[in-house]
Design a protein around this ligand. Structure first.
Ligand SMILES: [Zn+2]
Length: 496
C-alpha cells in the first residue's frame, strides 16, 4: 500500500491507562484505540502500529512506560518495530503522552526529528513544528501537572513527607507557609496580612521591617529581616495565590492568572494594592540607577589624540587605571593596548587631568547659568495627570464593586497597566520639569561649591552634558611636566 501510494500517511497510535488506586481511568485501552482508528480513517491515514501502556501513570517520577519509550525511539529512527515509516502520531488526548515537561520535551524532539509528520489528539490535527507550540505544550503540561499534584496531595497521608519518597524538595519554604508550602504558618501569615493592610494604609517598608525584627521573625533561610527581604515578601504574588515566574504572573490561555494550590494570605485585590503602593513610593525598583559605576572621572570621556603613522588620529576611548605605587598620584588614563584596539601611546596622570577638566567644566557651567533663561513656564500637563489618576481610580473602584459586572479580573488586569504606564510617564515628565525649574532657579548658586559635593557619577553626568569628549594629545617621550594645553575639550554644540 505504501509503495502504491506515496502520499499515504502511516501513523502510530499511543494509548495509556492508569489505575492509580483511586481514579478509575474512564477511557479504556480498547476505547482509546477504537477512537483513534476511527479518526485515522476519516483522515485517510493508515494505522501501522499501536503503542499501549497499561496501568502506567505519566506523571509519577520513576515510572517507566515501556511503549512510550519505544515510541520515542521509533520516532527518532523513523520506523515502527516492523519497519513501517512513521508519518504521524495519534493519541486521544495529549495527556496520554506526557504529563511531565521532560517527557514533553523528549517527545517533541523525537517527533520533529523527521519532517512533515502529523499529530492528532482531542484538539484536532496540530502542527508540532510551529513556533510557540513548544511553549504552549509546556504550559499545558505545567497545568496538568499542577492538577495531578493537587490530586496526589489531597490523597496523600499528610504526615508522609516528600523527602521520604526521595522527591526533590525546593530548598526553602516561603515565609508565611509551612514546610509543605501549602498550609499557612499562622503567626507569620498573620504578620504578613497585617503588614499588607498597614502598607496600603500608609506604613513604610522600614516600619514593617522594624516591627518584624522586634517580633523576632526570621526569614525562612534563618536570617533577620532586612528592608529588601520584607519588600520581596510583600510583593510576592504567591501571597494572593497567583503563580509568578521571574516577576511575571503566569497566565492561562485566556490571560487569567493561574492560581496555585497553596492557601493564600491576602486577596488579589490586596496584593495589587500593596504592590502598587510599594512601587509608587519606591519611585521604581529600589535598585541603584544606571548601569556601570565608573571609578575614575574621565574613563570613556578622554579620547586618545595620538596621530598614527597613516596620519589619522587614534581617537580611542582611554581607560582609567590605578597608578603605580611609586608615583605621587593615584590613578592615570591611558590608551588601551594594541591588542585591545588602542595605540597605547597616550598616558596622562589622573589627578591633574581631572583637575583641569573639572575647572573647565565648572567655568562652562557658570557661564551657562548666567545666560540661562530664568523663565521656565509652569508644567502644562497637570490636568492630563489628574485625568489619568481619576481613570485608574475609577477602574479600581468599579473592580472592587461587586455589583459592577463589567469589570472582571481580566478586563481589570488588561486595562490597568495602560493607565499605570500613562500615570508613570506623566509623573516622570512632571519630575523632569520640576527639576528643570529648580535648576534654573538655583542657577545663580555657587556652582563650584556644589560641584565638590557631587559623587563621581553625578560629576560624570554633568561633564557629559557639556562635553562630548576631551582629546588627550600625548606629551612625547620622557618625564615632562604636565601640559594642560595637551588636553583639548570638545564642547557640545550649545543649541540651548
Ligand atoms: Zn591611542
Amino acid at each position: 500500500m505504501v509503495a502504491a501510494d506515496p502520499d499515504l500517511k502511516c501513523v502510530v497510535c499511543y494509548a495509556r491507562i492508569s489505575f492509580d488506586g483511586r481514579v478509575k481511568d474512564a477511557h479504556g485501552i480498547e476505547d482509546q484505540h477504537r477512537d483513534m482508528t476511527d479518526a485515522a480513517r476519516r483522515f485517510g491515514w493508515l494505522v501501522v502500529y499501536r503503542y499501549t501502556d497499561n496501568d502506567k501513570s505519566a506523571s509519577k517520577e520513576g515510572v517507566v512506560r515501556d511503549d512510550f519509550e519505544q515510541l520515542i525511539s521509533d520516532l527518532a529512527t523513523g520506523t515502527t518495530p516492523e519497519g513501517y515509516p512513521i508519518h504521524g502520531v495519534m493519541a486521544v488526548n495529549d495527556d496520554r503522552l506526557y504529563r511531565r515537561p521532560s517527557d514533553w520535551e523528549r517527545y517533541l524532539k523525537a517527533f520533529t526529528s523527521h519532517e512533515g509528520r502529523v499529530y492528532h489528539d482531542s484538539n484536532g490535527v496540530q502542527d508540532l513544528y510551529a513556533e510557540g507550540f513548544e511553549i504552549k505544550g509546556l504550559v499545558g503540561v505545567a497545568m496538568s501537572l499542577s492538577e495531578t499534584r493537587k490530586k496526589q496531595r489531597r490523597s496523600r497521608n499528610s504526615h508522609r513527607s516528600r523527602a521520604v519518597r526521595g522527591q526533590a524538595v525546593a530548598a526553602w519554604r516561603p515565609f508565611g507557609w509551612e514546610d509543605d508550602k501549602v498550609t499557612l504558618r499562622s503567626e507569620e501569615a498573620e504578620a504578613i496580612r497585617q503588614a499588607v493592610e498597614d502598607v496600603i494604609a500608609g506604613a513604610s517598608i522600614s516600619e514593617i521591617t522594624r516591627r518584624w525584627k522586634e517580633a523576632e521573625f526570621i526569614t525562612s533561610r534563618g536570617n533577620p529581616f532586612q528592608y529588601q527581604t520584607v519588600k520581596q515578601v510583600l510583593m510576592n504574588a504567591r501571597l494572593c495565590g497567583y503563580r509568578e515566574i521571574k516577576g511575571e504572573i503566569v497566565r492561562d490561555g485566556d490571560d487569567q492568572p493561574i492560581v496555585g494550590e497553596w492557601k493564600s494570605i491576602i486577596t488579589p485585590k490586596q496584593w495589587f494594592a500593596v504592590t502598587a503602593k510599594i512601587r509608587e513610593r519606591g519611585g521604581g525598583t529600589g535598585m541603584p540607577r544606571g548601569g556601570l559605576v565608573h571609578k575614575y572621572l574621565l574613563t570613556g570621556i578622554l579620547r586618545c589624540g595620538n596621530v598614527l603613522e597613516d596620519g589619522t588620529t587614534c581617537n580611542n576611548k582611554m581607560i582609567g587605571i590605578k597608578a603605580n605605587d611609586w608615583l605621587k598620584y593615584q590613578h592615570a588614563y591611558m590608551c588601551k593596548k594594541t591588542v585591545d584596539g588602542g595605540c597605547n601611546k597616550t598616558y596622562k596622570r589622573g589627578d591633574k587631568t581631572d583637575e583641569i577638566i573639572e575647572k573647565l567644566v565648572i567655568a562652562k557651567l557658570e557661564k551657562d547659568a548666567a545666560s540661562k533663561a530664568q523663565d521656565v513656564p509652569d508644567w502644562d500637563k497637570t490636568e492630563a495627570l489628574e485625568r489619568a489618576i481619576k481613570s485608574r481610580n475609577e477602574l479600581e473602584r468599579r473592580w472592587h464593586d461587586d455589583e459592577d459586572t463589567d469589570i472582571d479580573d481580566e478586563t481589570f488586569f488588561r486595562n490597568l497597566p495602560v493607565l499605570e504606564r500613562r500615570i508613570k510617564e506623566l509623573r516622570a515628565d512632571e519630575a523632569k520639569h520640576e527639576a528643570l525649574k529648580a535648576e534654573a532657579e538655583s542657577a545663580q548658586e555657587d556652582i563650584a561649591k556644589a560641584w565638590k559635593s557631587k559623587t563621581i557619577t553625578q560629576k560624570r553626568d554633568a561633564i557629559k552634558k557639556v562635553l562630548s569628549a576631551v582629546v588627550a594629545v600625548p606629551g612625547g617621550k620622557g618625564n615632562k611636566t604636565f601640559d594642560p594645553d595637551l588636553l583639548k575639550p570638545v564642547w557640545r554644540s550649545s543649541g540651548e
